[in-house]
Write a protein that binds this ligand. Sequence first.
Ligand SMILES: *Cc1c(COP(=O)(O)O)cnc(C)c1O
Length: 450
Amino acid sequence: MTQRATVTGGPFLPQRRRLVTEIPGPRSRDLLARKGAAVPRGVGTTLPVFAVAAGDGVVVDVDGNSFIDFGSGIAVTTVGNSAPRVVEAVTAQVQAFTHTCFMVTPYDTYIRVAEELNRLTPGDHDKRTVLFNSGAEAVENAVKIARSYTKRQAVVAFDHGYHGRTNLTMALTAKNMPYKSGFGPFAGEVYRAPLSYPFRDGGRDGAEAAREAVDVIEKQVGVDNLAALVIEPIQGEGGFIVPAPGFLATLAEWCRANDVVFIADEVQTGFARTGEMFAVDHEGVVPDLIVTAKGIAGGLPLAAVTGRAEIVDAPHVGGLGGTYGGNPLACAAALAVVETIESDGLLDRARAIEKTMKERLTALRQSDPRIGEVRGRGAMIAVELVEPGSTTPDPDLTKRVAAAAHADGLVVLTCGTYGNVLRFLPPLSMPDHLLTEGLDVLERIFEATR
Ligand SMILES: *Cc1c(COP(=O)(O)O)cnc(C)c1O
């Protein structure tokens, strides 16, 4: 029962929201039952409709329903699903060769991806890039590299941080449920420092918040033991928290003064998502190492660590790698993604999406005190939902709004330490009429749940 052969995705899909069954429809319900019998329950489902095609602003399911996509598969299909240049490049590569292992007989596209990442990441110092398969794997390797370079062991992550689901990255991740509970013991020598969270810390000055974090680090870890700080420039799973201006820069400066490696986890924020190539670019911060994944290869699994040559070159020959890291199909896709971002002006597009979304959501907030804050950058925008007149989180309302959006043909995701943040991550190829219609749907739901 495969539908896929008869459906063409990418930009050829009609760009419309269209519901032809209840949600989920009968075919999705059948598949959901089979999923329950074949796949562990530990693998959750946000919206139980099964995809057969996706492109630009829509995801189409097995029952023929067409959803507006405000999720991009968690910030992955930034250039669009089955984006034309990606399809073309991957198709050509799959016909040439699918794998040799870069550590056995290398190929040039890996080098070209490394060159592009070295060019696009902040700072004009000499850089190196090493490729992996997932964000978590890349974060792990950034820590390996930092330890090898500094010959120190401790790593500091931050409140509300999310860095993945492997053992070390679970340790780096702040939130217990659902990521960590019952999965310990976790990797050692991981410490946590406080974050700047303007909505919840009274809008504390960024530099001051950074000095408080540094104080915790100096007193509880000790600079002589510290290899690296790992931080998302905007916390993703933690709630799209944009730290106060100066927070990141002050931390980066302190790292430089103390020979601590500053690692920016740009897995979710990177690659044009926020209206700059990287979220640190908004503040002119230059990380020592920058970790990318999600949006860099248009949906193919690829991740990278890019950084100062002297740091990334610290591990011995053979110390870094992996069977699939920098797989040729993923590399072909990544090169097509870079070309698409640059040729189609997608940084501007992300800024235009920010303007549209923030205008509409800010107006909604003015009439609805349950929206505590509208925040984010580019096509990475969120609303934090609270009990009116307070900062008390309202996760139930958040769940209800998300469920109503799904039932009405709009894919939205939730996030946040308190489960009270609705996040919007449309592909940058989403047409304006769907962006507007998605916001109309949200506005109606907020009115109906009042
Ligand atoms: C998703 C994410 C990761 C983990 O990436 P995977 O590819 O799922 O392993 C790490 N860091 C951040 C900031 C993420 O958003």
